[in-house]
Design a protein. Structure first.
Lengths: 425, 310
């Protein structure tokens, strides 16, 4: 019996490790590639510790503009969806009972409707409205930010509504009735009783709405018009050529997320600790004592360690320069490449001798040969003399590119239905 | 009569100002943002693809052209059915079902474990926190991470090469391994939480009782936990299925060159083909098919709509 328990526990721990490895591993790998010097983000081989990708990121105009647009859209979406979500949740408690199921289905549906459908329908509908009202193209109703906010709010409001419904279930309607009996107007009762009660839910709904808006791609990709958000810019970059500055951005976002989550956890724990000890809530939320704050609060300790680590990294990045290391690696690669090229040349020579006379098979053979440099980690991107090799070896400089993107995202690939398109038109 | 009564009560309860405000907000959301755009898209999908000046003119009549195109292909094509688009459509749905089932299998043990150890100290909370963090990272970046890992010179290929397990890089992208891994990854949280929420409310005595009666470990799950967790499971499956079938970013970034996702075709009609009505028609087909699949699944497993989103 005991050994069976032990086995079960072992499997459980192993499963947890694998599961969380799957969950967190990709993020970790991506973060680390931000500090590696090759221009294609990869973990192995580790070449040089570098911070240049953060500089590249900071100088990327499109990312900066995208971020601005994202913030504007996020702000609009938060306001619109929190208001609509709250109204929707309050309506759910009051609506005519026969209508309730239908109403609930309608307002919950946007969560399940594919994002592309929402984006398309928003685009088509407002385009029509614009035409019907007699506006030309480029009118307000075709403005990317306006459309994106509406399209995103359609389903983000449903998320918000779910948050509010959960909170409203714990609301004691007696409170509102008491206020009304004591002579408060409806608006007063709403503002002084219900809103304060809903405050935590409003805060979490707002955060949720902002995050959902910030990371939305499916809907935004149809509605953004001339105002691409950060996510759209990222998608363009990732589809048509990637470099580690995206990893750098990912690293920053991951850090912010982790710090945010830990800060929330610290706050929650402090409250709970205090409540367990019977202290009034105001006592904990007000004062801030470092030693006490750290005691028995692992999340706080981790948070402090992370911020310390962050500062150290920033300081280190100011003094550290990877130039020498990069030059070093480049030199090594060049030597390695030269050796390989000589190796290949020798092999080809031998092969040509062996297959002399049967010329037709020679090109086929030579095309398989250049694969061997590809086996090495770095496909020879940096070797300066890559480009002036014979035709047979042209596969060598091309292979890293192909390897990286697999040719999937070559613009030509996407036009597969192109011919049919022409036929039908 | 009833409706008039309802409105009188409603305004008495909320007051004119607040009542009107709530009503306006809800009507704006439900009618202007949800219902009208969908109807407008439906209407649009039955129209010819016309240049803007001819819109509303004599040629602007209803047609089934775009639906016919999806099923039969372009007029005068070699095949009698639109093999390409229908194939992509079928493959998308199959893949979405596959990813959903995969997610369910992966997530059920975790959800069960988390729900059972709830209150067992802070570390469960940390695990939940770890679950949520990836979900807050941008969808594009998550897909990008999988590109780094599964690429030709990605982590997995490099590792396998170093250990000499393979001679040439395996093309995970072409084999769609990266795509399925990325899609499964993207919606894990949406599978775990509904199941977790339901199992959390399961009375542990039921499990104890079953165990005392001599039920085996698998039997307990099959007869006690899973029937109880059914609303959560179907809610999670519905969300994952709909989101996977409607995913666009992951297939664009991780999809192999030979396998399109149906949403990508819709995207092409809108952004490259420039044929909006056809894109709208395809979107309608996707939406209606997904809804039919989900509703019939819910009917089969006897789950109500109200359970979704809990």
């Amino acid at each position: 019996m005991k050994s069976e328990n032990f086995l079960l526990k072992f499997f459980l721990v192993a499963y947890l490790v694998v599961f969380f490895g799957y969950l967190l591993g990709p993020l970790l790998v991506m973060s680390v590639t931000a500090f590696n010097s090759p221009s294609f983000p990869k973990l192995t081989p580790w070449e040089c510790l570098t911070f240049e990708w953060f500089d590249v990121l900071a100088q990327d105009e499109r990312i900066i503009t995208g971020l601005k647009n994202s913030l504007i859209v996020g702000f609009g979406t938060v306001i619109l969806s929190v208001v609509m979500g709250l109204a929707g949740a309050l309506m759910l408690t009051q609506i005519w009972p026969k209508m309730r199921a239908t109403y609930y289905t309608i307002v919950i549906a946007p969560i399940l409707i594919p994002g592309v459908v929402l984006g398309i329908s928003t685009l088509v509908f407002w385009d029509r409205v614009s035409v019907m009202l007699g506006f030309g193209s480029g009118s307000f109703f075709q403005n990317g930010i306006f459309l994106t906010i509406l399209g995103q709010s359609t389903f983000i409001a449903s998320y918000c509504m779910l948050v509010f419904v959960a909170r409203l279930q714990r609301f004691d309607t007696g409170l509102t009735e008491a206020a009304l009996d004591l002579g408060a107007s409806n608006a007063q009762a709403f503002r002084k009783i219900l809103l304060p009660f809903m405050k935590p839910a409003i805060a979490s709904a707002a955060v949720l709405a902002f995050l959902a808006s910030f990371e939305n791609y499916n809907t935004t990709t149809f509605t953004f018009g001339k105002f691409p958000t950060l996510t759209i810019e990222l998608a363009q970059k990732v589809r048509y050529g990637i470099d580690p500055s995206i990893s750098a951005l990912a690293f920053i976002i991951i850090c912010l997320t982790v710090i945010g989550a830990l800060a929330h956890e610290v706050y929650r724990r402090r409250q709970q600790l205090a409540l367990n000890n019977g202290a009034p809530l105001s006592a904990v939320t007000g004062s801030f004592q470092l030693p006490k704050f750290l005691r028995g609060n692992p999340a706080a300790i981790v948070l402090v360690l992370i911020s310390l680590g962050g500062f150290t990294t920033i300081w280190f990045s100011q003094v550290y320069s990877p130039k020498e290391c990069i030059l070093d690696v480049r030199e090594q690669k060049r030597i390695l490449q030269d050796l390989r090229i000589q190796d290949i040349k020798r092999k080809r020579l031998e092969q040509q001798k062996a297959t002399q006379g049967t010329q037709s098979t020679a090109p086929a053979n030579s095309s398989t040969l250049p694969q061997s440099p590809n086996k090495g980690a770095f496909g020879g991107v940096f070797a300066p003399d890559n480009l002036n090799k014979e035709t047979g070896k042209k596969a060598v400089p091309q292979s890293p590119g192909k390897g990286a993107f697999g040719g999937v995202f070559a613009p030509g690939n996407l036009d597969k239905t192109g011919p049919q398109d022409k036929k039908s038109d | 009569m009833n409706i008039a009564n309802f409105f009188r009560n409603y305004f008495e309860k909320n007051g004119i100002g607040l009542g009107t405000f709530l009503l306006v907000a809800v009507v704006f959301w439900v009618v202007v943002l949800i219902i009208l755009p969908q109807l407008s898209m439906l209407d649009f999908s039955f129209r010819h693809h016309l240049p803007p000046p001819e819109m509303g003119g004599p040629k602007d009549v209803y047609t089934l052209e775009h639906y016919e195109y999806l099923i039969l292909g372009a007029p005068g094509a070699d095949t009698s059915y639109n093999v390409v688009d229908l194939g992509v459509f079928g493959r998308t749905l199959m893949a979405a079902v596959f990813v959903t089932l995969l997610n369910l299998v992966i997530c059920y043990p975790i959800a069960y474990y988390l729900a059972q150890t709830k209150g067992g100290g802070g570390y469960t909370r940390i695990l939940v926190l770890l679950l949520i963090i990836p979900y807050w990272i941008n969808e594009i970046l998550r897909a990008f991470a999988f590109r780094i890992i599964f690429g030709d010179s990605g982590l997995i290929n490099e590792t396998l090469l170093v250990f000499g397990l393979i001679d040439n890089p395996v093309d995970f992208i072409r084999a769609n391994v990266a795509l399925y891994a990325g899609l499964g990854y993207a919606y894990i949280l949406l599978m775990i939480f509904p199941i977790y929420n339901v199992i959390e409310s399961l009375d542990r005595n039921q499990i104890e009782a079953a165990r005392d009666m001599g039920a085996s470990w698998t039997r307990i799950h099959w007869r006690v936990v899973i029937p109880y967790a059914k609303p959560g499971i179907s809610s999670g499956c519905t969300m994952v299925f709909m989101l996977t079938a409607g995913a666009l970013a992951a297939p664009q970034i991780l999809g192999g060159p030979s396998s399109l996702w149906f949403t990508q075709i819709i995207y092409q009609w809108f952004n490259q083909g420039g044929n909006w009505p056809r894109g709208a028609a395809f979107a309608i087909v996707l939406l209606v098919t997904c809804v039919i699949i989900v509703l019939s699944m819910m009917r089969i497993f006897k789950v109500r709509m109200g359970d979704i989103g809990k």
